[in-house]
Design a protein around this ligand. Structure first.
Ligand code: ZN
Ligand code: ZN
Length: 129
């Protein structure tokens, strides 16, 4: 079990299954949504992800068919989801526990902030790998 929460504690979640490989996304919409150089994300099956308690997430459709879900009180990004998929894309900054998942790559490096220097041994992809 891996758990996570938002900044204010309003949103708590539990993951019962596997958290997928870790991807660092430099796309412009991730940068804006997270207010940071990039967003670290991983896939989790819908059936393995559970919100704790009776909380309703805020939602923003940042590109057609892709919604970003966040705490309506403190605005912590929790996950994104594309229509028609059976998994969520977890925003790893909201985790409270360590992960065993491995870091995979950097994506959307074509949209990387010019004030951030990428300096890792991971593969880099200009768009989605
Ligand atoms: Zn919150
Ligand atoms: Zn992105």
């Amino acid at each position: 079990m891996v758990t996570g929460s938002c900044l204010c504690g309003n949103v708590k979640y539990e993951i019962s299954g596997e958290v997928g490989d870790i991807v660092h996304c430099h796309c412009k919409t991730c940068r804006k949504a997270h207010g940071s150089a990039f967003s670290s994300i991983a896939g989790v099956k819908d059936s393995d992800f559970k919100l704790v308690g009776d909380v309703k997430l805020g939602c923003y459709e940042s590109s057609p068919g892709k919604n970003r879900y966040f705490c309506p009180n403190c605005a912590t990004q929790i996950y994104a989801k594309k229509d028609g998929t059976k998994h969520i894309v977890l925003r790893l900054g909201s985790l409270d526990d360590d992960l065993k998942s491995k870091e995979l790559n950097h994506i959307w490096v074509s949209q990387k902030a010019n004030w951030y220097t990428l300096n890792s041994n991971l593969p880099e992809y200009l768009e989605f790998e």
